[in-house]
Write a protein that binds this ligand. Structure first.
Ligand SMILES: [Zn+2]
Length: 426
């Protein structure tokens, strides 16, 4: 039997790798219209994240429309903003609960300073970039993927650092949805006489921090679902070749997400769930939910005794006594358990993103999966289509007759060696 696959177009959000730009036209002035921003202020936070996305996009378009009259500038701004995103992503998996942020300082068409936020508690991207630029920051343009902060937290406000460095213009990728920043950074810069442009490569900046944004706007972590299926649509308890290796999509997902929910049948194989990427400072917290009171998860001691082993969060209906010598297992005993309360718990732990992974005995996860759909807690779905034909599907998630038809938006395919990954948003 011959199986024919339709050609799949591959798209990429990776910023283009830049060659040094030696000379660019001098920047015309684009003064950010504060009035139009303030008019949108109230609608901004009272709407859902998806509507916010729409609202912010249209808001940015008004700024971008003004920029379009100045030939060359829009593409130059976009070019440097993509560089910011590229820098920010060097700290992927390290900044939570903070967002990833990158910053470049550009003068006379040259990048004279660059930086990114490496970790919560450490200085912000703007501080590193200004430090790198030194005196060259004066009269330069600062590009930053997220609105500069304007409050004293663990570090002083970046707005003051930019003002002190006498930058002439600041280009912001997206407004910070954090209520303690929320437009005040932009206002402060404008008040100090700095030209500000907002919304350059906004979608790229948002996508990079979708977990952070969702957490800020909804008070819950961003929840994504992942599973593998055969070419003929059966659930498979496997992932594609190379997916767990360095650079593989699964290894990268483990780097990106703060926590992963797994079937309790995986409790003795947890050590196999770790990102192989080079700069992982924290492996995702592994969440095991034991909904059946009779069921006792068995942890392989080798998984949990090591200092570097990922933390395990065990949600159970009865007290569970861990074997002596096993550390890193935190037990939460709840009589009534549901996905919403688990996500609330994760939120209070400072987690921005959680991955629900249908591996092992996926019937274990049916209740959570159902909650995810019915309570609209699920934001994103990633499906790996493996290059094999499955004769019999023994891993049905219940009858699934509770599932209503759903539209999936922004569907994107990615080619992964022999398999294909599809991702889309609910
Ligand atoms: Zn800051």
């Amino acid at each position: 039997m011959q199986i024919t696959c339709l050609p799949v177009s591959i798209s990429s959000n990776t910023p283009r790798i830049s060659t040094p730009v030696l000379s660019l036209p001098s920047y015309p002035r684009h003064i950010f219209n504060l009035a139009s921003f303030q008019n949108r202020k109230h609608g901004f936070f009272s709407i859902s994240s998806k509507r916010l996305q729409k609202s912010q996009t249209s808001f940015s378009k008004s700024v971008l429309a003004a920029m379009k009259s100045e030939q060359g500038t829009e593409s130059d701004d976009a070019f440097y903003m993509r560089k910011c995103v590229e820098l920010a992503k060097r700290a992927i998996g390290c900044t939570s609960p903070n967002p990833m942020v990158g910053c470049v300082i550009v003068k006379d068409g040259k990048i004279v300073g660059e930086g990114f936020h490496p970790k919560a508690g450490q200085p912000h991207a703007e501080v590193f970039a200004l430090r790198d630029a030194g005196d060259l920051a004066e009269n330069a343009t600062a590009y930053v993927s997220l609105e500069p902060c304007n409050h004293y937290g663990r570090t002083p406000p970046c707005t003051e650092a930019l003002i002190k460095a006498k930058v002439k213009r600041v280009v912001v990728g997206m407004v910070d949805p954090n209520p303690i920043v929320y437009s005040s950074g932009i206002s402060r810069l404008i008040d100090a006489g700095i030209d500000v442009t907002v919304g350059v490569e906004e979608d790229l900046c948002k996508k990079m921090n979708e977990g952070f944004i969702h957490r800020m706007l909804t008070g819950k972590p961003f929840l994504a679902l992942r599973y593998s299926i055969s070419f003929n649509g059966c659930f498979l308890d496997k992932i594609g070749e190379g997916a767990l290796d360095t650079g593989g999509y699964y290894s990268k997902l483990l780097q990106e997400y703060d926590a992963i929910i797994l079937s309790s049948s995986f409790s003795d194989k947890l050590s196999s769930i770790s990102s192989q990427e080079a700069n992982v400072s924290n492996q995702p917290i592994q969440i095991i939910v034991v909904s059946n009171a009779q069921q006792s998860p068995i942890f392989a001691s080798s998984n949990t005794v090591e200092e570097s082993a990922p933390k395990v969060l065990l949600f159970t209906k009865k007290e569970y006594v861990t074997e002596s010598g096993i550390s890193n297992v935190e037990t939460v005993v709840w009589e009534k358990m549901n996905l919403d309360s688990i996500l609330d718990y994760c939120y209070h732990r400072g987690l921005c993103s959680v991955l629900l992974d249908l591996r092992g005995n996926i019937k274990d996860l049916e209740v959570l999966l159902r909650d995810g759909f019915e309570q609209k807690l699920l934001q994103k779905i990633m499906v790996e289509v493996l290059p094999e034909w499955c004769a019999k599907d023994e891993r049905l998630v219940g009858s699934m007759n509770w599932l209503e038809s759903k539209a999936v938006k922004d569907l994107q395919p990615k080619q992964l060696g022999g398999s294909v990954l599809l991702e889309g948003y609910l």
